[in-house]
Design a binder for this molecule. Structure first.
Ligand SMILES: Cc1ncc(COP(=O)(O)O)c(C=O)c1O
Length: 396
């Protein structure tokens, strides 16, 4: 049946798809005409490529609300996982205590686990409430004299809940603790005000709501943050010196950058600006609300962390919903949606096992629907029809 139905892509929390046409076009043009090694050589094309990359650093510090930050402190990484690993490894010292939350993605949980196993750090995770929100006072109670860093996701990729960043930022500031924000799900979707929120480091990925290609992300490092290099190598500057340069961006960038990815990311940023990201967000939230309203009529369907009849709080949620169907495994539902309806969703734990555990779906996870700027109301209605079909099907 798949052949007869056009694809309905509802897995935008994994990566946005499709990308705006301008993203691929910019990358192809760059590859054809400009893609020399940026900033490594003195000839014009190399200098031009370097300047183009620096302009993207400038856009990023403005986008993330830190316009006074030196653009070189926006360093490029492969993705958010890479940025989070870089931040954690570059900051943590033996004996440090870290506070994070149960809502984190494995890209935070696993580096913390590994450093703990190696005997370098110890950490505590703040629990969330029954709706999937961290309570700042509960997180505050975990802080100890040796706590050096708080790491929190801006929004849960499994539950779609937006976390109290402003309160946690103020708490960190009052205690002199570094605050690392994982904006993988919110960059390009929600406003981020790094400076006024007290965020010291911000990790983002380019391929979700920033609409860029895969393989590009970054870390913004606030002033005075004592982060060390974790990789050493070629930078194109001071090559005779054995020590890796200390200044940004070289301190955290070794080797040739993904210039093609950066150009694609820049095109995604321009597209968002032209489309008006606030309007794009409200369109996506409208689709999520339509989906949620339809879910109420499907027998045995439970939306994780949401009370029956509840509407999505436009500031407290992103357009990501997890659900389960009574008497159907999440795998079975995912497969049915794929093979019978050509609907792409993500089932399982979404790399956030503790978030699922906290909301009662820790065993097999849930079915996640996440909406993007190119989804339509007709697609939402088809997804609801498909869920109704499997929920009311009598034989397994
Ligand atoms: C909250 C959160 N953090 C980090 C990541 C990792 O992003 P990436 O796969 O781009 O490294 C994701 C990806 O889904 C995420 O949702």
């Amino acid at each position: 049946m798949t052949d007869q139905r056009p694809l309905i892509y509802l897995d935008n929390a994994a990566t946005s798809f499709p990308k705006p046409g301008c993203v691929g076009e910019a990358m192809v043009e760059f590859l054809a005409k400009k893609a020399v090694n940026p900033g490594r050589s003195g000839y014009e094309l190399s200098l031009e490529a370097g300047l183009r990359i620096d302009a993207v650093r400038k856009s990023l510090v403005a986008l993330f609300g830190h316009s006074t930050l030196e653009p070189s402190r926006a360093v490029f990484t492969a993705n958010a996982t890479d940025a989070l690993n870089l931040a954690i490894a570059g900051l943590c010292r033996p004996g440090d205590h870290i506070v994070s939350t149960v809502l984190e993605h494995n890209s935070v949980l696993r580096p913390l686990h590994m450093l703990k196993k190696q005997g370098v750090i110890h950490f505590d995770l703040a629990p969330c409430d029954e709706r999937g929100y961290i309570q700042p006072e509960i997180l505050a109670a975990l802080i100890r004299p040796e706590t050096r860093l708080v790491i929190m996701t801006h929004a849960s990729n499994a539950l779609g809940t937006v976390q109290p960043v402003v309160e946690v930022g103020a708490l960190c500031r009052s205690k002199g603790i570094l605050f690392l924000l994982d904006a993988a799900q919110t960059a390009g979707l929600l406003p981020v005000e790094m400076a006024s929120w007290g965020v010291d480091l911000l990790a983002f990925t380019g391929h979700k709501s920033l609409m860029g290609p895969t393989g590009i992300g970054g870390l913004l490092v606030g002033p005075e943050v004592p982060i060390r290099s974790t990789r050493w190598g070629g930078t194109g500057v001071r090559s005779a010196q054995p020590d890796h340069p200390d200044e940004f961006p070289y301190r955290l960038e070794a080797g040739t950058l993904n210039a093609v990815g950066i150009v694609g990311l820049a095109a995604g940023l321009s597209w968002l600006q032209e489309e008006n990201s606030a309007e794009t967000r409200s369109r996506k939230m409208g689709l999520a609300n339509r989906f949620l309203a339809g879910c109420r009529h499907i027998p045995g369907l439970k939306v994780t962390g949401i009370e029956p009849g509840e509407e999505l709080d436009p500031t407290g949620r992103i357009p990501v919903l997890c659900l389960t169907l009574e008497n159907r495994s999440v795998e079975e539902v995912g497969q049915f949606l794929d093979t019978d309806w050509n609907i792409a969703v993500r089932t399982g734990l979404h790399c956030a096992p503790l978030a699922h555990q906290a909301l009662g779906t820790g065993r097999e996870g849930a079915i996640r629907f996440s909406f993007g700027p190119f989804n339509t109301t007709e697609q939402i209605d088809s997804a609801l029809e498909a869920l109704t079909a499997i929920a009311t099907r009598t034989s397994g």
